[in-house]
Design a protein around this ligand. Sequence first.
Ligand code: NAP
Length: 518
Amino acid sequence: MRTLKSYLQDHWVEGKTPGATLHDAATGQAIATASTDGLDLRAALAHAREVGGRSLRAMTYAQRGAMLKEMSRVVHENRDELIELARQNSGNTRSDAKFDVDGCSGTLAWYGGLGARLGDKTILLDGNAEKTGRGPRFVGQHVFSPRRGVAIHINAFNFPAWGLGEKGATALLAGMPILCKPATATAVVTVRIVELWVAAGVIPAGAVSLLTGSAGNLLDHVGPQDVIAFTGSGHTGQVIRSHPRVVEFNVPVNVEADSLNASVVGPDVEAGSETFQMFVGDVALDLTQKAGQKCTAVRRILVPEALAEAVREALSERLAAAPIGDPDARETRVGPLATASQKRDVELGIAKLAGTALRIYGDPAAVPAQGYYVAPQLFLDTGGAHAPFVHDHEIFGPVATVLLYSGSAEDAVAIVARGGGGLVCSVYSDDKAWGGDVVLGVAPWHGRVVWGSKKIHDQSFGPGTVLPGFVHGGPGKAGGGEELGGERGLRFYSQRTAIQGDRALLEKVLGQLSGLET
Ligand code: NAP
């Protein structure tokens, strides 16, 4: 069995004990072990801060962008191997694995392009300069400069490639070295990508570290210039945020956690219309892609009562056309969940949901005997905002609940808000007034809102797809974090400082200042 290694202080190292065992999600067979036992994490962070930080800060945004393009190229050139590893370790179908692997290379390339646009600078100006004194010479300018610590990236099991790439792209472009800690259970793809980067010589010394296995005492060594970006359960997010060292040094923590994403169909939408088809396609994709293990997948489907039967029929038809089974088989659309414990959690969640809601599609028993399979299922709850379970608990699998509502924009917003904050909400309507009320009504509860309508019905990737140019994150239950969003994503890794002084001196180090003309 393979022993997965960590990459610390520019060397491949392994823990002293066998540690955790990783499995093939489709068969349950053990495939690798990973341990961080005995690794010197204090020294690893110090090396990344000193050597990696220095390497990256010596580069301009354009040079860091060129590095990201190379990192993207390496991932893309080895796509087939990575897709095969994702099938073995995470139970991904080919299409699910492509979504993850291409998401990684695509996001790296996108930020590579941003680096080229930002050009030959090493800090970024924020807004215009302003006069701070009575005369014209004493002025102030806000700047962003790279923090001098390590960007610690603690990732979830569901996107071992994209998680590495999306967090890594923003931090590295901002000029911070990264230490990525993938979820242990699905670390194979992440480890392979870092191996490929190291072998290709595309990362400067100290810029990328990898911790494969338990986080161990990593957080005991964080310092005041480090940052932590975390994706996973709300509970772990809280544990990380409240770690004494994180609290003592006010280490910024970005959290992407549980999210009860909603999809709302407007009362103007007719069954069979283009907008209706768009809605049905988006929801069916979210239920089947990655077996529903996407942080952005829809969990609550708000439907006016008059449309309920048409929605049930259309979704049932789509789900019936998505066979579950061996991720290696061409016809398979739904693979297994990633781990035995995820299957257990999802089945527990379904049992609780079934106690209060009616199953309207899916046969829980219709799954292969081996592996971590859960059949796609659809529930109906007539409790609206008062439904007891569906607004509070994220079932991280191929499961969603239809909720009936009156059709009023106000009701829709109130029910969506019961989720307590989400990553994304999708709204389907061609009615400007109704759609506008709902989109703006749910906006404060989300990091992203997708308004689906007739004219764009065939142009969307679906609300579940996170794009590098738009923010990913959400308030409240979704963790309160924000990643990506183009240049916005660099801010978490940069310190904003107002520099005040003589305009002539400031311009010597910052370049020409604008906003002082009047
Ligand atoms: P998790 O237990 O929170 O693990 C997420 C990451 O945190 C993993 O890398 C894990 O490492 C690490 N971790 C766990 N305890 C830690 C600690 N004390 N200090 C530092 N790092 C720690 O989440 P999960 O098991 O992957 O998923 C559980 C649930 O989270 C899912 O069912 C789903 O509800 C939710 N989830 C949400 C999202 C999202 O983006 N919204 C994504 C995935 C999952 P190890 O793997 O080594 O334990």
